[in-house]
Design a protein around this ligand. Structure first.
Ligand SMILES: Nc1ncnc2c1ncn2[C@@H]1O[C@H](COP(=O)(O)OP(=O)(O)OP(=O)(O)O)[C@@H](O)[C@H]1O
Length: 210
């Protein structure tokens, strides 16, 4: 039998609770290459889980590891292996889309700016390249994060509700980008959604319930 490929991300015995709500107790998962769906109903913890995996929220217990890099031992190296952004972020509001994209290679070692023209076109961002991010609609801003996510080419890409606020053509484009990514055995994409999406081949499905 062929050996199982190693997971891209290993989460081991994560425990996390907000002061007034326990969300995860000894939660473990292996995230393989390809697309992993984190599915769950309203308020079940999808966004919090992505923040935990990103190292943006600190778990009370447990371990996270991408390849052989552990979040607790090498937090900066761990974060350099992944792309995650809070979709509500206002951190880049005062710069233009083009300036935001230009800032990314410094943060993401695998950033591939040759992908940007096709990403901007596919997500209808071309007219917004020279606008400051605060001027963009919620949907357009989400498209900026998606273009950045795909161009960042990180080992692990965490996408919170990637179809939210998107028009049909952009949803189909994002599905195409996710489907293409499946061929790469060295990268994992985690998408958090309320329901199983059509037309996206899933390597794994983590259900957080309803
Ligand atoms: N910063 C916070 N402080 C306290 N409680 C929080 C915080 N963020 C989220 N919660 C609570 O934790 C639970 C999980 O929230 P989370 O946003 O992770 O879920 P979700 O599945 O992404 O929800 P939705 O699909 O509605 O966005 C909810 O009950 C929410 O109210």
């Amino acid at each position: 039998m062929p050996a199982q490929p190693s997971p891209i991300l290993q989460a081991t015995n994560l425990t996390f609770h907000y002061p007034e709500r326990a969300l995860f107790s000894n939660w473990s998962a292996d995230i393989p290459a390809g697309v992993t769906l984190v599915r769950g109903g309203d308020g079940c913890g999808k966004s919090s889980l992505l923040q935990l995996l990103a190292g943006a929220l600190q778990a009370q217990a447990g371990q996270l590891q991408i390849g052989d890099v552990r979040l607790d031992q090498q937090p900066e190296a761990y974060r350099r292996h992944l792309f995650w952004i809070d979709p509500r972020s206002e951190a880049f509001d005062q710069i233009t889309t083009r300036e935001y994209f230009a800032s990314l290679p410094a943060a993401y070692p695998g950033f591939d700016d040759s992908l940007l023209p096709a990403l901007a076109e596919g997500l209808s961002l071309t007219p917004h390249l020279d606008k400051k991010l605060y001027m963009l609609s919620t949907g357009s801003k989400r498209k900026v994060w998606l273009a950045a996510a795909f161009a960042a080419n990180a080992t692990l890409t965490l996408l919170d509700d990637p179809f939210a606020g998107l028009d049909k053509a952009s949803i189909n484009f994002v599905k195409k980008m996710l489907t293409q990514a499946v061929a790469n055995p060295t990268q994992a994409r985690v998408i958090a959604l309320y329901e199983v999406p059509d037309g996206v081949p899933l390597a794994a499905h983590l259900d957080l319930g309803d």
